[in-house]
Design a protein around this ligand. Structure first.
Ligand code: NAP
Length: 530
């Protein structure tokens, strides 16, 4: 891609495809602009010369434009800069990506586990060797602070490393036969071509968490990253090619999400859909997958309770709640969405927590010391505003923040709101922003009842020094992940996933491998005859 193809002009965010690339010069529009701390243009030029800033999709190892030439802009949410124009693909390109993935599956699945492992390990090494550049791309297109973005690269790459190791441990089974002349065994085989649809909040890790185990098992993939953050996916795919993962084994298409989704769902060659994103889209995909009875894994939205008991260590609780609430400016599926505080510690906690929140620096992700970036887009800010308005109109009290940040754009003040009730919008839905709602409770039973009173069941957190209570509450919580005196629980070695409407299946760990494997039972008969 040449620098001339980049539209380093300011423009309002738009999900709409533009006309053919030659005609897609973007016009500056009337949106807020502001001085940024780093020269975006120089940074983009540097990333471009590193070969990691790709602006075409990847199909069968070839960097490809949309067949009709249409493009979409990718924005820096902190500034409104258009970083680059990328293809706006649809069903036709997706069908071609599926065909090449199917071709590649026939050979990739035949490699030895040791060979697949070596290439995955090489991919991991390249991700780590390029972590600065990948982190910069994440910050540019997603907005999270650079340090946090590099943290995501380490975390995301770890799924590839773990998968490289686990590839060699995909064991089958031999079952003692009830009949003397038979031998029974179970083979584990790759499911086939996988459609992997991912969100914008972790542009790298949500991909590697799926693609690592898929490739390790012998599957090939068509990745559909969010159109808001496609550049990280393309950079990771470029490094996969460099690592010797064969053309066609990893494909990346994006643009018209429903069309791409429909093509993946309709194809009989795609045998598995793995999705991370909203519960609404997850339900559509699950229904669509029924057409061809595909395997489905879903990592969907959460509504995490963070329960702080009177007997908690206040310092540990404040640190833990801060970590789980404000990571990625509150835009993670495991962010505490409701902070339940027992009445005896409520006032003390509210003061200490608000002080800690107040000290967080907000700004553009490349600025030293910044820990809170912008929200992903205007719609996200409007959602936060509407939830805060609803809560305040029903009697909640803003203890800190509560409005857009003076930096403008999509920056929102880190906010603490007290006196939240469980029937307010903010307690029923993911706020997905830097707003911490505090709910007061009296007893352990009440806390458990409030915590479980939701259709979501992804992550929950408990802060207490009482060991019996730790066990009781952990076992009573209807959630897939529980952090006890800890706000950051995600790791590649542990199973990640939700119950109820938060999803199906698990990612990461040895359990995550099974999602990409079929079991084949084989019965050998008549073995005692010569
Ligand atoms: P989203 O709107 O559901 O989008 C997720 C992905 O689905 C994007 O790539 C999107 O494409 C695509 N998509 C949208 N409509 C589609 C359709 N009809 N067919 C096929 N694909 C479609 O979710 P999001 O706003 O990006 O992400 C935030 C949500 O993800 C939150 O609810 C969060 O809790 C959840 N999440 C869950 C986990 C977890 O592990 N459980 C982790 C991270 C995030 P476009 O972006 O191009 O439209």
């Amino acid at each position: 891609m040449g620098i001339s193809q980049m539209g380093l002009l300011r423009s309002s965010c738009s999900a709409l495809c533009h006309g053919p690339r030659t005609a897609s010069v973007l016009r500056p529009s009337a949106v807020l602009t502001r001085q940024i701390s780093m020269d975006t243009q120089n940074l983009v030029a540097r990333l471009n010369s590193s070969g990691l800033l790709r602006s075409q999709c990847l199909i069968g190892g070839k960097w490809t434009e949309a067949y009709d030439g249409k493009t979409i802009p990718v924005h820096n949410p902190a500034t409104g800069d258009v970083l680059v124009n990328v293809p706006c693909m649809g069903g036709q390109e997706t069908n071609d990506a599926i065909s090449v993935a199917y071709e590649a599956f026939l050979s990739w699945s035949k490699l030895t586990a040791a060979e697949r492992s070596k290439r995955l390990r090489k991919w991991y090494d390249l991700l780590i060797a390029n972590k600065e550049e990948l982190g910069q791309i994440i910050t540019l297109e997603q907005g999270k602070p650079l340090k946090e973005a590099i943290g995501e690269v380490n975390y995301g790459a770890a799924f590839i490393e773990f998968s490289a190791e686990e590839a060699k441990r995909i064991y089958g089974d031999i079952i003692p036969s009830p009949l003397a002349d038979r031998r029974l065994l179970v083979l584990k085989q790759p499911v086939g071509v996988v459609g992997a649809i991912t969100p914008w909040n972790f542009p790298l890790a949500m991909i590697t968490r799926k693609v690592g185990p898929a490739l390790a098992c012998g599957c090939t993939v068509v990745i559909k990253p969010s159109e808001l953050t496609p550049l990280t996916a393309l950079a990771a795919a470029e490094l996969a090619l460099q690592a010797g993962i064969p053309p066609g084994a990893v494909n990346v298409v994006f643009g018209n999400a429903p069309e791409i989704g429909d093509a993946l769902l309709a194809s009989r060659q795609v045998r598995k859909i793995t999705f991370t994103g909203s519960t609404a889209v997850g339900k559509k995909l699950m229904a669509g997958a029924a057409q061809t009875v595909k395997k489905v894994s879903l990592e969907l939205g959460g509504n995490a309770p963070c329960i702080i008991f009177d007997d908690a260590d206040l310092e540990v609780a404040v640190k833990g709640a801060l970590g789980t609430k404000f990571r990625n400016s509150g835009q993670t599926c495991v962010c505490a969405n409701r902070i339940l505080v027992q009445e005896g510690i409520y006032e003390k906690f509210a003061i200490a927590f608000s002080q800690a929140v107040q000290s967080m620096q907000v700004g553009e992700g490349f600025t030293e010391g910044v820990v809170q970036g912008p929200l992903i887009n205007e719609a996200a800010v409007q959602k936060v505003e509407s939830f805060v308005k609803d809560a305040v109109s029903k009697g909640a009290k803003v203890l800190l923040g509560g409005k857009r940040h003076s930096l403008g754009m999509t920056f929102y003040e880190p906010t603490v709101i007290g006196d939240i009730k469980n029937d307010m919008l903010i307690a029923r839905n993911e706020v997905f922003g830097p707003v911490a709602p505090l709910l007061r409770f009296k007893t352990e039973e009440e806390a458990i009842r409030i915590a479980n009173d939701t259709n979501a069941g992804l992550a929950a957190y408990v802060f207490t020094e009482n060991v019996q209570r730790m066990w009781r509450v952990t076992e009573a919580l209807e959630y897939g992940l529980v952090g006890v005196n800890e706000g950051l629980v995600s790791t590649e070695v542990a199973p990640f996933g939700g119950v109820k409407e938060s999803g199906l299946g698990r990612e990461g760990s040895k359990y995550g491998m099974d999602e990409f494997l079929e079991m084949k039972y084989v019965c050998f008969g008549n073995i005692s005859s010569n």
